[in-house]
Design a protein around this ligand. Sequence first.
Ligand code: CO
Length: 134
Amino acid sequence: MIGRLNHVAIAVKDLAASSALYRDTLGARVSQPLPQPEHGVTVVFVELPNTKIELLEPLGADSPVAKFLERNADGGIHHICYEVDDILAARDRLKATGARVLGSGEPRIGAHGKPVLFLHPKDFCGTLVELEQA
Ligand code: CO
């Protein structure tokens, strides 16, 4: 059911320093910072040949990434995103197995303008999983 790895999201405290690390130390192509107030983050996209890394810095008081950074002072992997062909069919199949879909269960428009859902980390090996309509 799941397809390509769309991205790995890493929460960071200092987006400028993290961007420089990926650009200068790791030699990757990185985007300009993109504020996404509706998601409570500022994002830098790191373009790799086969996938993307998203560096997420908290934006605003109730950012979901801020809570994560309280528990993970050095930053860390926040979620991974898999593509699915049909997000509603994927959701219904997962719910039928007892997996928990976060929020209302209705897809929201994600960072790439496509519908996304998040799955409870306790149901997926301790990893927050994002599904994105391909
Ligand atoms: Co994501």
